[in-house]
Design a protein around this ligand. Structure first.
Ligand code: NDP
Length: 275
């Protein structure tokens, strides 16, 4: 019998996922015997695909677009951060056979910002653009950093308002036409606009002097939002590759009990995408 532990990322579309590459690099680095593949799974077949994966001995899963809310519903037990996000990106088979759901996106973002890029968040004015699944996952980990203020702006303003109600009004919400605030120190693009090379309708003078722009999306070329940040003279205009690696490391640590070194993996992926 094959004793190699099996892991996978489920999502749709999934063919360009970097997760298999990242987890194989982690496994190599930490001498863990595991197999990690990407599998195309739509929302319609999610429950049967996950049930089959675990029934056949799978140990853990990552779930990405559009499956995070379904993964939240599937998990028998949730971590506090998954519970507050109402979205799960990591499923773990526990020793008693039940499935734990976690959300490692927020800690991935905060680690990438604060540790990898030395971005200070305490007492800073932070704007999240977008109110979808990714925004949900990053709100609490950001609020934990004792920000000066957090605002969520969304194309569909009502969706941002619903999010604010759900999070007990711990931040302000608005639509783009209501965005008349003091400049922000950190602007996070949590919309999917970059995936179609589009830019949310952001007003001029939104970024404070020496402010930082961060696009949760990433690509081989600078995203539309990263380019916008550069035009606004951001001190750093970053994309979400580091967040992707950090959230993966958090999932890997949950599954394997060992924490991989992320810097070498981020450096390698940055070299690979620049050639
Ligand atoms: P969702 O589909 O849940 O949400 C999409 C959001 O984008 C909504 O708020 C939507 O607004 C907004 N939006 C889409 N197009 C536009 C546009 N042209 N202009 C303005 N707003 C727009 O997606 P997710 O939240 O799951 O993902 C968002 C992004 O985060 C994706 O790019 C994803 O790749 C990235 N991500 C990166 C991770 C990483 O590890 N680096 C982890 C998780 C996500 P509306 O409500 O009005 O429709």
């Amino acid at each position: 019998m094959n004793s190699t532990d099996r892991y996978a990322v489920f999502g749709s579309p999934i063919n360009h996922s970097k997760s298999p590459r990242i987890h194989r690099l982690f496994a190599e680095q930490t001498s863990q015997d595991l197999n990690y593949v990407a599998q195309e799974v739509t929302a319609e077949i999610f429950v049967s695909a996950v049930s089959e994966f675990f029934a056949q001995g799978g140990k853990g899963l990552n779930c990405t677009v559009p499956l995070k809310e379904l993964a939240y519903q599937f998990a028998d037990k949730k971590t506090d951060r998954a519970e507050s996000a109402k979205a799960v990106n990591t499923l773990v088979l526990l020793a008693n056979g039940t499935i734990l759901g976690d959300n490692t996106d927020g800690v991935g973002l905060v680690t990438d910002l604060m540790v990898n890029h030395n971005v200070e968040l305490k007492n800073k004015r932070v704007l999240i653009v977008g109110a979808g699944g990714a925004a949900r996952g990053i709100i609490d980990p950001l609020l934990d950093q004792q920000l000066d203020c957090l605002v969520v702006v969304n194309r569909t303003a009502d969706k941002a308002l619903q999010l604010a109600i759900e999070f007990n009004h711990s931040f302000e919400s608005c639509g783009f036409n209501e965005l008349h605030h003091q400049p922000f120190d950190v602007i996070l693009n949590a919309t999917s606009a970059s995936l179609s090379n589009e830019l949310p309708p952001l007003p001029e003078n939104l970024l404070a002097e020496n402010g930082v722009c961060y696009d949760l999306a990433y690509g081989n070329e600078p995203t539309a939002f990263v380019r916008w940040g550069e035009l606004q003279n951001a001190s750093q205009s970053l994309d979400g590759l580091g967040m992707l690696v950090e959230q993966a490391a958090e999932a890997f640590a949950l599954w394997r009990g060992v924490r991989p070194d992320t810097k070498t993996v981020i450096d390698l992926l940055n070299v690979e995408r620049s050639v």
